[in-house]
Write a protein of this length. Sequence first.
Length: 595
Amino acid sequence: MAEPGADNVPARAIPAGGKPPLFGLSFLENLSEMTMLRQVGLLVGLAASVAIGFAVVLWSQQPDYRPLYGSLAGMDAKQVMDTLAAADIAYSVEPNSGALLVKAEDLSRARLKLAGAGVTPSDGNIGFEILDKDQGLGTSQFMEATRYRRGLEGELARTISSLNNVKGARVHLAIPKSSVFVRDERKPSASVLIELYSGRSLEPGQVLAIINLVATSVPELSKSQVTVVDQKGNLLSDQAENSELTMAGKQFDYSRRMESMLTQRVHNILQPVLGNDRYKAEVSADVDFSAVESTSEQFNPDQPALRSEQSVNEQRTTSNGPQGVPGALSNQPPSPASAPATTGGGTASAGMVQPGQPLLDANGQQIMDPATGQPMLAPYPADKRSQSTKNFELDRSISHTKQQQGRLNRLSVSVVVDDQVRINPANGETTRAPWTADELSRFTRLVQDAVGFDASRGDSVSVINMPFSAERGEVIADVPFYSQPWFWDVIKQVLGVLFILVLVFGVLRPVLNNITNGGKGKQLVGVGSDVELGGMGGLDGELANDRVSLGGPQSILLPSPSEGYDAQLNAIKSLVAEDPGRVAQVVKEWINADE
């Protein structure tokens, strides 16, 4: 029973020369014994492993690309590519953002080549060059006005786009048609759309500058009719109209600039004396921005002055008698004489004496003039008038005062000085000692002269000596090595090498060992069988050469024909339990052989 079973077991014979087959032949023999599905899977796995390995190598060797232009919008793409190709500069276009990428080492050379070829980004706005085109004889006045307005809008958009924070701009002008009637006259208006760079913004002063730029470029356009909007829909022109807030910002900036200037003066005067990081100085300026105008008029009553004097003396005497038109009033007889109520001491006259008649005393005698000895005559009627006008001026002074905005009301300066450091020249030891009061007073005078100290304003300057903390120095963090540009290049190279090693030793080598392990097992089994059965020369030669070799994790040998049936049966059972697939393959070959 045992002999037929032993005769039907398929066996592989060692070549006659006694040498094992080559690695390639063994690999092909084991590959041919696999099923078609396993062969296809193995080939696909090997091809995928090789492709992944090449991809990793190419990825690790890929150069660093930098953006040359953020986008090719507004540029002649064909001219750009032709210029780079003529200069032998490798480039690529990022599909998502459209950025033009070149190698880092070719970045400067690419920009020079494009600039030399005249390839520059354009904003796409059409300016006054639209008027250079031939308009034809049949062009209407409306088309001419529209082209002029379009060119003016393009020129304004180009000018606004030249600002630092502005990426692009569009200007829309509404210019009404002129009318000869005043009541039908309409003012022009303008709208400006500004596209800002990411993370940028415009200050109110810059918005006001854009408004003035547009308003002064269009005749009869007022600043209130200009609207400025950004790409997010935010209205920017209303911020410029808030003049109070704008003025407050300017006042704050002026105060900070003044404080910075005074702090720099203190720094310039103390740094040569104390050294760096040996003092700290701060300046606070109280600035008055109120606009005050005052007019005063003062008088000094103690110093009067005669400004003008006018004096008039008038005297008129007549010797003529009664005059006038003859008539009842003029020819009236003199009134009757009347005696005086009282009589003087011989000087009273007996009656009213006519002008020019001799004067008589109480006795009726003529009164003689003692100076001339002639009789005194009654005086003729006379008019006397005296007028005097005097104008006096008091001392007066008029002053008109307008205080300047930004006047400094008060100045406060604070300086803290670290202890002085002394080094012993003998042993090199460093000691710290406070500054003396005399030295601090000298520092105070230096600071006062540097900032323009004025005691009448209430300025204050304080210089105090205090030891600084040992940890006051600002530690500048070193840039970590993983943030260096070269680090990621090295990482790419190392990752590529590690992936290749893992692919070779973790995937390819086990697969190849599994394929070629069967041949090695056959060779070892064949050699061992010859040694074990070398002393059994009396057995049949065909039986000695027909040895069964099963490869796997453990080499399994079938018992010799001389052993009993039970031993052969147990060996076959263990073989079926150890590798049922291999046994099924043997049975299949038996069936094919019988057929």
